[in-house]
Design a protein around this ligand. Structure first.
Ligand code: IDC
Length: 340
């Protein structure tokens, strides 16, 4: 009898544990399904096929249903140096694993860029097509830098944007960034350059155009009393967490309050040199600020260069995976997914 009871107890125990294990497994599966579903739900609504042509309404970027949309993604490094990292596999990783809905093509004008080598146009077109095929928005960035005054190459810019905007006039994916970072110049110079380039683009399409401001796209109050008089214009705000802090957030907030629409088309966790360590506490303050104000943001940069703003560790493969992400890369991934 004792034996029988013992066996019975053991059986019940096994059954109980089994049931518990089964119900734990079921719960886990359910959790996973929910997680998968919610990330699928998120994904359903963030790409171009859902959002369509973007517009600026008030200070907000909105989709085709007038819903406010925040684009989040990554910028290439200079295409003349790190163009190989812009490939289908990496774009799929950014899309599927980071939930990125935008990618920026940094086409330098100088330093071996378009002004020195017009053939880079073919790469830009190939890259635009790849991003479009991945259902993401693509920022075509006329990356002035050492050429601080955009008028230095205004004729070239006009030819470039005429070609791109006529080729892609029906594509909702394209966002034009017509002068990355003017510096050592003035808003009136930038404005007159912008008017000439915008006229050319507007003959073809009404897509979003991002205009840089003086001092490496930090003088966002300049246009307050002297705006560009076109639809769907946003002004670039650029920051590097190791250099630009509260004072620049205050300036940005003031610009927003005064009706200036901002797009953070470049930012980094490093200092302004692109190196000098990572400043994650300050970067976190910026991420909070951008999320609170629904500002779109694009992080510098998808490369394996030995500098702390690079999203990949030095020496990483051109086709990266999770273990290639640098400290910057890990932080940026979480920021884009929305987990921090
Ligand atoms: C930096 C790159 C660096 C390169 C340098 C000059 O990270 O490898 O040697 O440009 O070409 C910007 C610019 C961006 C800079 C970046 C960091 O838009 O081109 O990239 N930065 O210095 N503005 C503020 C910082």
């Amino acid at each position: 009898m004792k034996k029988f009871l013992l066996v019975l107890c053991i059986c019940l125990l096994i059954c109980g544990c089994g049931k518990k294990a089964i119900s734990q497994k079921k719960n886990k599966e359910k959790d996973e399904q929910i997680e998968e579903k919610s990330s699928e739900e998120i994904k359903k609504n963030i790409f171009v096929s859902y959002n369509g042509a973007l517009q600026v309404k008030g200070i907000n970027l909105v989709n085709q249903y007038d819903e406010v949309i925040q684009l989040k993604g990554v910028s290439s490094h200079g295409l003349q140096w790190y163009g190989d990292f812009v490939n289908d596999q990496n774009l799929k990783t950014l899309k599927n694993d980071f939930n990125s809905n935008v990618f920026r093509l940094a086409m330098y004008t100088k330093e071996g860029g378009y002004i020195d080598n017009k053939e880079i146009m073919q790469d830009v077109i190939k890259d635009i097509d790849l991003v479009i095929a991945n259902d993401m928005y693509v920022i075509v960035d006329w990356h002035i830098l050492s050429d601080g005054n955009p008028n230095a190459y205004v004729e070239e810019a006009i030819n470039f944007f005429e070609e791109i905007s006529s080729k892609y006039k029906n594509s909702p994916n394209i966002i034009y960034e017509i002068c990355n970072e003017p510096n050592g110049t003035s808003w009136s110079e930038i404005k007159s350059y912008s008017e000439r380039v915008i006229e050319v683009i507007r003959k073809n399409c009404n897509n979003i155009i991002i205009v840089g401001t003086n001092t490496w796209s930090q003088d966002v109050l300049d246009p307050v009393n002297d705006r560009l008089n076109y639809d769907n214009i946003m002004y670039a705000l650029h920051f590097y967490a190791g250099t630009h802090t509260d004072y620049l957030r205050k300036r940005a907030k003031e610009a927003l309050d005064k009706g200036i629409s901002l797009f953070v088309s470049e930012w980094g966790v490093s200092d302004a040199s692109g190196n000098g360590g990572v400043f994650l506490d300050e970067a976190q303050k910026w991420i909070d600020f951008m999320n609170e104000n629904k500002l779109s943001f694009v992080s510098w940069s998808l490369s394996n260069k030995d500098e702390s703003s690079a999203l990949l560790k030095p020496g990483s493969n051109v086709n990266f995976n999770n273990s290639d992400l640098s400290e910057a890369g890990q932080f940026v991934k979480k920021a884009i997914i929305g987990n921090i």
